[in-house]
Write a protein that binds this ligand. Structure first.
Ligand code: MN
Length: 270
């Protein structure tokens, strides 16, 4: 089976090289990554411009391509060129992706794109470090997690965060707590107002969540679903309210018309 390795930090990220090297144990590896940093790009795709797919120099024996697009673009193009991709590994991201960060994360989006296209996706993240020794230790931990997850084909999408010197592995849920984003106003060199969108670490975390496990020194693994429908809200709508048909509507919409309308709605939505 082929494994596609991507990230949001760009083709030259040390975490990407590390992940590609570790992944070789489980199959043929191809790297497809953005040609520059796309952190916090989330699941955006480049629908208004064409993309390039160019061979990139990489570690010996590893085929690699760079794309002038987002992490989700990279996975779409990689899977287009390599029809036998069964698993996409994303990362290892330079910085953790815990709790609400999952929404902004480009690392997570690459893994999610894989799941949307019928493959499996696993995202790996770790706190930033310039320390080579810790990067080397990280390889061992990524390998452990990959050995654990690789045979579990029922897990289609997962988010993994590796703290420094982890004491174990915990399966936990995504923390959905008070939003941890913050807007910090400042001034540019001309005195004009500018704003930084930052993330602040929350202090208290609910037991059993990714943030809770991570701050206790555990590698957190969160299995994720693609369907974000609120079953609870759907359930609370009574049968009467769940389908409301307009009496004044002239006739059932022709299926062909309905399809065209859907296509238009989808492209407008993008
Ligand atoms: Mn990143």
């Amino acid at each position: 089976m082929r494994l596609l390795i991507s990230n949001d930090d760009g083709i030259f990220s040390p975490g990407l090289a590390l992940l590609a090297r570790v992944a070789q144990k489980h199959g043929d590896v191809v790297v497809v990554a953005p040609d520059n940093e796309n952190s916090s790009a989330s699941h955006s795709i480049s629908s208004s411009r064409p993309l390039s797919y160019r061979r990139a120099p990489f570690a010996e024996g590893i085929e690699a391509y760079r794309v002038n697009g987002t992490p989700a673009d990279c996975v779409a193009l990689g899977m287009f060129h390599h029809g036998d991709v069964g698993l996409v590994l994303s990362g290892v991201n330079n910085g953790p992706n815990l709790g609400n960060a999952i929404w902004h994360s480009g690392t997570m989006a690459a893994a999610r794109q894989a799941a949307l296209l019928g493959a499996r996706g696993i995202a790996f993240s770790t706190p930033s470090t310039g320390d080579d020794a810790r990067l080397e230790a990280l390889a061992g931990h990524v390998e452990k997690v990959l050995d654990l997850l690789f045979p579990r084909t029922e897990i289609r999408l997962a988010n993994v965060n590796v703290p420094p010197n982890p004491r174990g592995i915990q399966w936990v849920r995504q923390a959905v707590e008070k939003y941890d984003g913050e807007v910090v106003p400042a001034n540019d060199p001309y005195g004009r107002p500018i704003y930084w969108l930052t993330v602040t670490q929350l202090k208290e975390h609910r037991e059993g969540t990714d943030l809770w496990a991570f701050e206790r020194g555990y590698i957190s693994i969160t299995p994720l679903t693609l369907d974000i429908t609120s079953d609870e809200a759907l359930q609370t709508m009574s049968e009467d309210e769940r389908l409301i048909e307009f009496a004044e509507h002239p006739a059932a919409v022709e299926p062909v018309v309905a399809e065209a309308v859907m296509r238009e709605a989808e492209s407008a939505g993008n």
